[in-house]
Design a protein around this ligand. Sequence first.
Ligand SMILES: NC(=O)c1ccc[n+]([C@@H]2O[C@H](COP(=O)([O-])OP(=O)(O)OC[C@H]3O[C@@H](n4cnc5c(N)ncnc54)[C@H](O)[C@@H]3O)[C@@H](O)[C@H]2O)c1
Length: 340
Amino acid sequence: MQGTSNANQRIARIAAHLLPSNSQMMEGSSMNLGWENCRAKGASPGFKVAILGAAGGIGQPLSMLMKMNPLVSVLHLYDVVNTPGVTADISHMDTGAVVRGFLGKEKLDEALTGMDLVIIPAGVPRKPGMTRDDLFNINAGIVKTLCEGIARCCPRAIVNLISNPVNSTVAIAAEVFKKAGTYDPKLLLGVTMLDVVRANTFVAEVLGLDPREVDVPVVGGHAGVTILPLLSQVKPSCSFTPEEVNYLTDRIQNGGTEVVEAKAGAGSATLSMAYAAVKFADACLRGLRGEAGVVAYAFLESQACSASQPCYLDVHVAGLEKAKKELAASIQKGVSFARK
Ligand SMILES: NC(=O)c1ccc[n+]([C@@H]2O[C@H](COP(=O)([O-])OP(=O)(O)OC[C@H]3O[C@@H](n4cnc5c(N)ncnc54)[C@H](O)[C@@H]3O)[C@@H](O)[C@H]2O)c1
């Protein structure tokens, strides 16, 4: 017991450096005994993660789930509204990560400094009848500003970009990082894990299996025809009728719209998205920690589909050319915006 207690004290002392001495958990706290007065400054050893847009529909459950992730030692929650409430709420969970909140754009740099992983669900979601591209005008500027902060404060952080249209926002982020001289394609990942999660679920339903046993590779981007489920490479090995292929491809490509319509104006997928984002973030952190054999799908710059190097893709993916054409246009739109 004594040994454990000493070890805990040592860990707490080591972890104290994670928190600046003059920082408070949240500005405006009126408690007499401040958090800074507490003896153990908290934090188990682990990674520092920031969530930008933490008070939103995705941001809140995502923050909660990341607070439960044992690989996270420090969790920074940033938003332009409502961060104090979300931070106070989540900070009461008795898990290892220390939570700090940051409200408003003047706190962006503080929120980002020293982060290992930055997850971005900031921006407006779709309403019925909208495409993801309809969000471009608002979300492009938000993503650009946030990525400028990342380039300044944590240029080696892995970025998980959730804000739509992902097919364009990743290109905007890439341009910002190129301009700052910090771009590394391996660190900038558009989050498409929700498409994988949906594909696993829908394929499991068709096959009558437990979704946890099913692994469906989904490549390409994150909008309609750019989402390419590789149904001939499903694990466990199986085959589908042409009708099943059509049904599954359509349902996976339009799963987001199914949720937007069901929510009838109240937003897009938030809970399944938070689940998918955490699954993806966890894969990134396990990769960072050096774990071997971690495989996850994302939208990122790659030479896999260049003219000189033919794509290793499912031969049955009839929509590949269509997807490449739409992706090229979305990427160009992002590049033009960022270079304006
Ligand atoms: N990649 C995917 O698979 C996927 C799935 C679902 C939704 N999305 C996208 O995720 C984004 C967020 O969706 P949501 O449902 O959480 O929306 P939401 O409106 O509920 O939340 C967005 C949050 O972003 C915050 N925000 C706005 N501007 C900001 C800024 N400059 N800095 C920091 N925070 C800012 C808002 O205050 C809000 O709290 C949308 O663009 C949506 O289309 C992506």
